[in-house]
Design a protein around this ligand. Structure first.
Ligand code: NZQ
Ligand code: ZN
Length: 393
């Protein structure tokens, strides 16, 4: 178990009608002039945006609205938001929506008081920010990315379509409103994409070389089991409060790093997937349900016992002590069958991705300074290509 420091300071308001407390929450966390940032219109159609704005009116906090954050959010709207916030002396960014609206809002909050281009941080040109970053609050409508409790923002730059993530502690929202009823309107495909994303946030931490991490392994396994149990119900019965509630809280716990604090983490599959969603504009969770099983097959022989452990503890497979790799493989098969049953793609063809793009996708994937990706068994460009080819079968 590694040494760690863990601070997850976000205040969570969980349950029915909690969005009515948004205005009070903004005030409590110091907001006096607010940017309300959202996506392509689902929050307008559902009436949520109106309720959130009323709650700001109720505490007499002035606000400006900016919609239009698209899935795989773009740099163009971030620049627009930064200009708007500077012009109107905004001091708090309130994001209403899924991961894309939240990430776009985080990037705006980063850029307002920075003299240069906010992309300097995402591209790695600039190190840790020395300037003030605006506080961010969240009203979540889609359990998936975990951005409501995470240190990350992921943005696609339109110049070259580079999709890059940036992590800083200041990106953890000051508060997040989580009302499971707000997720009833999600199309089943988006619910499923959220499920695969949160499961992969756990996998990225689970597949580690760090020994003696049994406590967090078991927390991770419990989270996975709860997700696997709740997901089919949420898809079959979109208005099932309990199933929606389990997924909403699980999505946060999967990515605020509770299950990763004590270990080296991998994150190769996320970087590989980011190139798929940048090129084909597919949902991040759908790209992951294609990439992750292929990554697992490629990495299995690095530590078959770890794959067998998750197969037995999470998927209920029988342990074959003579041939742990058989158990490990069975776990991967159960995972892909589960994702297929939710309507997710698990192959390149199902994603409508093209095998001939594989060399370009691999070449564009962001690598570490050592030219390698991930930590479980680090990947070079050839290994990334091999994984993408495994995803074609
Ligand atoms: O844009 P609107 O109209 O709101 O519609 C959205 C969008 O079309 C819709 N939607 C959201 N809530 C809804 C709803 N439709 C009906 N009812 C509701 N309640 O769903 C669609 C997808 O929304 P989006 O925000 O794009 O999805 P998600 O939350 O999965 O976010 C994906 C983004 O997060 C990034 C991904 O790469 C991707 O760009 N990630 C962010 C992370 C982070 N910040 O920590 C970590 C993740 O690994 C991930 O990379
Ligand atoms: Zn993710």
């Amino acid at each position: 178990m590694l040494n760690f420091q863990f601070c997850s300071p976000t205040e969570f308001l969980f349950g029915r009608d909690t969005e009515s407390q948004t205005g009070e929450c903004v005030r409590k966390h110091g907001g006096t002039r607010v940017l309300v940032h959202y996506g392509g219109g689902s929050v307008e159609r559902s009436g949520l945006l109106g309720r959130v704005l009323s709650s700001l009116d109720a505490v007499s906090i002035p606000y400006f609205t900016l919609g239009g954050a698209v899935p795989n959010p773009r740099s163009g709207l971030v620049y627009e938001g930064i200009e708007l916030c500077r012009r109107e002396s905004i001091d708090f960014v309130l994001c209403v929506g899924g991961g894309s609206a939240i990430d776009s809002g985080k990037a705006i909050a980063l850029g307002i008081h920075y003299d240069g281009d906010f992309w300097d941080f995402f591209s790695g040109k600039t190190g840790a920010p020395a300037h003030p970053i605006l506080p961010v609050g969240v009203v979540l409508t889609l359990p998936a990315a975990g951005s409501e409790g995470s240190t990350a923002s992921v943005i696609t730059h339109e110049d070259g379509m580079f999709k890059r993530g940036y992590n800083i502690e200041q990106f953890r929202p000051r508060f997040a409103v989580l009302n499971p009823e707000l997720t009833y309107t999600l199309p089943s495909y988006q619910t499923a994409c959220g499920v695969s994303d949160m499961m992969c946030h756990i996998f990225e931490r689970y597949f580690t070389n760090t020994p003696d991490v049994d406590l967090t392994d078991r927390l991770a396994e419990a989270l996975l089991q709860a997700i696997i149990y709740a997901a089919p119900t949420a898809i079959r019965e979109p208005n099932n409060y309990e199933a929606r509630a389990q997924l909403m809280w699980a999505g946060m716990l999967a990515h605020n790093n509770l299950v990763g604090v004590d270990r080296e983490q991998d994150w190769a599959s996320h970087s590989i997937e980011h190139e798929l969603s940048a090129l084909y504009d597919v949902a991040h969770g759908a790209g992951l349900s294609v990439v992750y099983p292929a990554w697992m097959r490629y990495q299995l022989d690095h530590d078959p016992m770890r794959f067998a452990q998750i197969a037995t503890r999470v998927w209920g497979c029988d342990m074959d002590y003579q041939h742990p790799e058989r158990t490990a493989n069975e776990g991967i098969e159960r995972l892909t069958a589960f994702w297929s049953s939710l309507g997710l793609p698990v192959t390149f063809a199902e994603l409508e991705a093209k095998p001939e793009d594989i060399p370009a996708l691999a070449a564009k994937t962001a690598l570490g300074p050592d030219g390698l990706l991930g930590s479980f068994r680090p990947l070079d460009v050839k290994a990334i290509e091999a994984i993408l080819r495994l995803a074609c079968r």
